[in-house]
Design a protein around this ligand. Structure first.
Ligand code: AMP
Length: 579
């Protein structure tokens, strides 16, 4: 059965803790049958309603079904599996061995997922342990020995701990493979097979992946039992006339987002804008930040009373506020004439949400503007949205300090021109006349422009926002060979030349130490910011290996690998040719 997210479901009750209008398009978290401890955690985090993938995935997972979910980062997929995993933990858990195992490709995701599980499972007393390559093993051993409910692990490290007899998988009732396509890309196929062999057969198996290459589908067919298939963001164009909206996206690191938003707003100078956030907390934080930066921003979320909400709307309509910072739930049904801009502070969790949001501008023949801030990891969702809306989203550079200054001068020039055309200027003539005895008339004009400029634009903001670029799309790999075909042959997973400048690194362990390409790719991706596909050609000789990495990252890779182990051993790592 193929289930499609975003389809209209039964009308839902108003979200708890507020008087926001009822959800139009589906169930609340309570409707998903989650236990009170989890509902309390979600309310605390300010999640107002489930995302489409959560609506689709949670109930069947809670029932124990196997599931194959196609969903990218940004859709809320982590909570989609984390909540059922926690829900299924028995209250009475005397044993110390894990009941659930979550496998993820990288250290970064390992930490992120275990933090999410920890936050959602706090009231259940869930014990969550992350284990990943690079962290000292003794610490992980101690954590496992102390007793654990959910282990979140990178495959290489999980296998290592299993082989040492420190990770016991005999009690595992649910296995989740997250970002499974990435794990295969990184050469973890064999490790995954070995781990799945060790988990009891009657377990629940859940696999999430942004893409579904043939090789992964084959693996799912071997290990999942009658899985429910869920696909978020089906690529069907939205019906009806597309609004006239200029769509732009800016790629920014999370930490730089408030500054980037400020910069974009300064350049765009909207008459009235809505900035959409995911959670109540985000709405409150961002409103405070924007007010601190001199904008007139108002918060609107489901935790507010009707009276508070009405006050906010009146301030926006009357022009006292220029920005509304809102969650989707709170902004539902909202119609503001003056609205010129819609800003997505994050890429929305579903293409349909994006379409609803931007439908608020570009009405009655006026051009509206939709702006999306994209964290590099969420770029895939942006592509999906682009396909669904059928209109290009232009990815632009965040305006620089120089752009902003130029824009501000342009605004001052426009204001002066307006004044020259319309205002009664005669009463200032005596000031100019008296000054021209002493100064050139152009100098007088310059001083007047300076005063006008400073009075209207405020202080210059000279914080430069770091530029981030999108990772290129993964090439289509329809020609992938079957997984079984390359097991045990040690074929380098990505033995291609990485584009751009590369450097070869010498690693003092090779075939005789049992090193396989996947170990090296896994160690590099687990220890550094690089991803599996950034690693170039790999050669494995008897006593050493050579790995090609982007030159800009070589130093990082050397430092990281020197601080960690490969196949459980410390090894020499250096440039093949010293500089
Ligand atoms: P993910 O796609 O799992 O990487 O999640 C993306 C982000 O959305 C994370 O920061 C989550 O904390 C957040 N998130 C997940 N589910 C919800 C929800 N139902 N409401 C608001 N935020 C959410």
């Amino acid at each position: 059965m193929t289930s499609e997210a975003g389809t209209e479901a039964a009308p839902a009750a108003a979200p708890e803790g507020g008087t926001a209008p009822p959800a139009e398009d589906g169930a609340t978290f309570a409707d998903l049958g989650l236990r009170p401890e989890l509902l309390a955690a979600l309310a605390r985090l300010g999640y107002e309603e489930p995302t489409p993938i959560q609506r689709e995935a949670v109930p069947p997972m809670v029932e124990g079904r196997d599931l194959l979910g196609q969903a990218a980062t940004g859709t809320g997929k982590t909570a989609a599996y984390a909540l059922p995993v926690l829900q299924r933990l028995p209250d009475d858990r005397p044993g110390g061995d894990p009941l659930a195992l979550v496998l993820v490709p990288t250290r970064e995701l390992c930490i992120q997922v275990s933090e999410a599980l920890h936050r959602y499972g706090r009231d259940l007393g869930a014990r969550v342990v992350p284990v990943y390559g690079g962290q000292p093993i003794p610490r992980q051993l101690r954590a496992l020995e102390a007793g654990v409910d959910v282990v979140v692990a990178t495959p290489g490290r999980a296998l290592d701990l299993l082989q040492r007899g420190s990770l016991h998988l005999g009690g595992v009732a649910t296995v989740v493979l997250d970002e499974a396509d990435e794990m295969l890309d990184m050469g973890f196929a064999e490790d995954l097979e070995a781990l799945l062999e060790e988990v009891p057969e009657e377990r629940q198996t859940v696999l999430f992946s942004a893409t579904m290459p043939r090789r992964l589908d084959a693996m799912a067919r071997r290990h999942l039992r009658d899985p429910l298939r869920i696909q978020v963001a089906r690529e069907v164009p939205v019906e009806g006339e597309a609004p006239r909206v200029r769509q732009t996206a800016f790629v920014v690191a999370r930490a730089a987002k408030p500054a980037a938003l400020g910069r974009v707003l300064d350049v765009e100078s909207p008459t009235a804008a809505i900035v959409f956030c995911r959670t109540r907390d985000e709405v409150d934080d961002l409103t405070e930040t924007l007010n601190g930066r001199g904008y007139r921003a108002e918060a609107l979320h489901g935790g507010m009373s009707q009276e508070q909400r009405d006050r906010v709307m009146n301030r926006l309509r009357g022009g006292t506020a220029e920005l509304l910072v809102a969650t989707d739930v709170a902004a539902r049904g909202l119609d503001v004439e003056q609205l010129t801009h819609v800003v997505n502070y994050d890429v929305p969790a579903a293409a349909e949400t994006y379409v609803h949001r931007i439908g608020r501008v570009g009405r009655a023949g006026r051009e509206g503007v939709a702006i999306t801030l994209v964290e590099p990891r969420a770029h895939r969702m942006l592509k999906t949205i682009e396909r669904v809306t059928g209109a290009p989203i232009h990815v632009e550079r965040v305006p620089t300090v120089a752009d902003l200054r130029a824009r501000r001068l342009e605004l001052t020039r426009a204001a002066l021109r307006e004044s020259l055309l319309g205002d009664d200027l005669e009463r200032f003539r005596s000031v100019v006349d008296s000054l021209t005895d002493e100064f050139d008339v152009v100098e007088v004009a310059l001083a007047a422009v300076k005063l006008a400029h400073e009075a209207t634009t405020g202080p210059d903001d000279d914080e430069e926002i770091p530029e981030v670029t999108l990772r290129p799309e993964r090439p289509r790999r329809d020609g992938d060979r079957g997984d079984r075909g390359d097991r045990g042959q040690g074929r380098p997973p990505r033995a291609r030349s990485a584009g751009g400048d590369t450097e070869r690194l010498f690693i003092g362990a090779g075939r005789s130490a049992g090193v396989r390409p996947g170990d090296l790719v896994g160690a590099i991706a687990g220890e550094t910011e690089l991803r599996g596909r950034d690693v170039g050609a790999i050669e494995i000789a008897e006593r050493f290996s050579l790995v090609e990495v982007p030159a800009a990252a070589a130093e990082d890779v050397i430092t990281a690998l020197r601080g960690s182990t490969i196949k459980g051993r410390k090894v020499t790592v250096r440039r093949e040719r010293p500089r």
